[in-house]
Design a protein around this ligand. Structure first.
Ligand SMILES: [Zn+2]
Length: 162
């Protein structure tokens, strides 16, 4: 078994689409920064890579590379899943916490859960999506995500180095 943890944050900017967990959420501002600014998928990518000690998202997809500007972050998760499979593991479950002042995540949580589950090829019941407001942190201008993953040894036959 392996455990992985990821963190990400981006700043709100008016006029951008807000994407969290691959779901577009109606809001007057979106998240600026790396690719489409999807904090949940970025933290998930880092959690997956971290679980198999395969580096971090910036190493595979440098934010300085214009190639990744506006890119769909599902791409990053898929690369991380490749690394997980290569190491001989599969995702057992994921838990996440989103920290943002607005919009409310509750009404979108089920959709986010389904989207992340589909991306990972696991059941929605294996994807935790929690949200809270950044009480006392003065972070109304930003959104943060924390993700933990548990990996189990893959049942698929693979060549082992012995
Ligand atoms: Zn990010």
């Amino acid at each position: 078994m392996r455990i992985g943890f990821g963190f990400d944050s981006h700043e709100f900017r008016p006029g951008l689409p807000l994407k969290i967990g691959g779901v577009v959420i109606p809001h007057e501002a979106g998240l600026a920064g790396h690719s489409d600014g999807d904090i949940l998928l970025h933290a998930l990518t880092d959690a997956l890579l971290g679980a198999v000690a395969a580096g971090d998202i910036g190493g595979y997809f440098p934010p300085s590379d214009p190639k990744w500007q506006g890119a769909d972050s599902a791409l990053f998760v898929r690369e991380a899943l490749k690394q997980v499979a290569r190491a001989g593991y599969a995702v057992a479950n994921v838990d996440s916490t989103l920290i943002l002042a607005a919009p409310k995540i509750g009404p979108h949580a089920k959709k986010i859960q389904a989207s992340v589950a589909k991306l990972l090829g696991i059941a929605p019941s294996a994807v935790g999506v929690k949200a809270k407001t950044p009480e006392g942190l003065g972070l109304a201008h930003a959104a943060l995500a924390q993700v933990a993953v548990l990996l189990v040894e893959s049942k698929k036959p693979r060549r082992r180095q012995r």
